[in-house]
Design a protein around this ligand. Structure first.
Ligand SMILES: [Zn+2]
Ligand SMILES: [Zn+2]
Ligand SMILES: [Zn+2]
Length: 433
């Protein structure tokens, strides 16, 4: 039997064959590989260059083109990031610059890069609310019907084309219905109403009746066949406060977030959380159209991961667990010791932005923007779900959302908040990827 030799690394207890030792200089293979890895790392650190692709570039359109271009991955290159985020650059574009960006997207489409074209067009809708009316015929020519938000401002002609096609094109029907829901003009509302009263033969191939697609566009049909909007145009980001704002007093803010509630969740026994506490008399929040002083939206942040949670409210700060809550999903074991409230710390740094932003800013969350907001169109991670009011059974209106990624270091998922003002009921639900 060949005698094995100890590895030369200090602290390594491996033994190796003499043949291996001859090859590695006396080290075992894992130690040898680790040494090589460190050597490579040292080489990279000594030879890495910083590259600033934005050096000397002042035109925001050129900046965005660079941001959308694929980066050559090279361990010896460190790319200096642009000082602003992509969403900030988009938001600040002038109308002329937005138009140039749109033309650039169409050039990319011409060259076969459908994905980047789509990403640019969605960004223009979300951050600028730019109408894509002029480029919709090109999208239709190429059978691009997704995402539906691109078609929001389609002309009557494009809309008619979509209405015609949805009857025949079973391959694209799902996307065509989404696009129509986003258009949501009188003709579309009328058509959805017709489909509701006389279900088309192709409807059975769908998971939901055709008129239910309206939720994806942020509206629903009333009993009379009218359009009822389910979100507000006004939208304020919930952002992180700059720590240097010394004059900041939480109680003076129009909105506070993630406050602890003294009431316990009847299901799991954990304390309830007030996701948001709104001063509805504040000028910024007048768009909610509520008369009173305070609207509190509370929930159990644990149980609402599994079920919609309703609360009975008034506009003077009341927020009580609703008798309408019914357990459908999994209910977590009651365990107050595991009651982790690390997110409460984030509450101190959250505030409502000073200025409103575009209603659709967060509508397509995969762009990677910060989506927490009061008002605006929701950032659905999964399908659009506007809860049915526990009282009047209309769909409830979306009033805001909190993105857990902005709140906890490894947080994910979004809490969505809804209100039926007539019945004085709030609801919360949660979605994640
Ligand atoms: Zn070793
Ligand atoms: Zn609970
Ligand atoms: Zn109601």
């Amino acid at each position: 039997m060949t005698e094995r030799l100890p590895c030369r690394s200090e602290g390594c207890s491996a033994t190796i064959l003499p043949a291996t030792a001859a090859k590695t200089g006396g080290y075992c293979m894992p130690c040898k590989q680790e040494m090589e890895r460190k050597e490579r790392q040292r080489f990279i650190e000594q030879n890495r260059r910083d590259i600033n692709l934005y050096e000397g570039i002042t035109d925001p359109v050129e900046v965005l083109k660079i941001m959308h271009a694929p980066l050559k991955r090279d361990p010896l290159i460190r790319y200096i990031p642009y000082p602003q985020k992509r969403e900030e650059v988009y938001s600040a574009l002038s109308p002329g610059e937005a138009e140039r960006m749109l033309n650039f997207a169409l050039d990319l489409l011409e060259a076969g890069d459908e994905d980047t074209c789509q990403e640019i067009l969605v960004s223009l809708v979300c951050y600028q609310n730019k109408s894509l009316e002029t480029c919709i015929p090109t999208l239709l020519e190429r059978s691009i019907y997704y995402p539906g938000i691109l078609f929001k401002d389609a002309s009557a002609r494009s809309r008619d084309e979509l209405l015609q096609q949805v009857e025949q094109d079973s391959d694209h029907r799902n996307h065509l219905l989404l696009a129509l829901a986003w258009i949501g003009d009188d003709q579309v509302v009328h058509q959805f109403q017709e489909w509701r009263s006389d279900s088309p033969s192709w409807a059975e191939e769908l998971y939901v009746p055709p008129e239910a697609y309206a939720h994806e566009g942020g509206w629903e049909l009333t009993e009379n066949g009218d359009k009822r909007r389910l979100f507000f145009n006004e939208s304020f980001a919930i952002e992180k406060r700059v720590p240097s704002e010394s004059t900041w007093i939480a109680e003076h803010e129009p909105a506070q977030f993630l406050k602890e509630n003294s009431a316990l969740c009847p299901w799991c026994g954990r304390r309830l959380t007030t996701l948001t506490d709104l001063d509805i008399s504040h000028p910024k929040l007048r768009f909610l159209g509520l008369s009173g002083e305070r609207l509190r939206v509370s929930t159990c942040v644990t149980c609402s991961c599994y079920d919609t949670i309703y609360m009975d409210v008034d506009f003077h700060g009341k927020s009580n667990w609703s008798q309408a809550n019914s357990r459908q999903g999994y209910v977590p074991e009651p365990d107050s010791e595991e009651d982790d409230r690390s997110y409460a710390a984030a509450a101190q740094s959250l505030r409502l932005a000073d200025h409103p932003r575009n209603s659709y800013y967060a509508a397509y969350w995969t762009l990677g923007q910060a989506v927490s907001q009061i008002g605006g169109y929701p950032a659905w991670i999964q399908d659009a779900v506007y809860p049915t009011c526990s009282c009047c059974s209309y769909s409830m209106t979306f009033i805001g959302q909190l993105d857990w990624e902005q709140i906890e270091e490894y947080g994910e998922g979004i809490y969505y908040m809804f209100l039926c003002a007539d019945c004085q009921v709030t609801a919360t639900l949660f979605q994640q990827t």
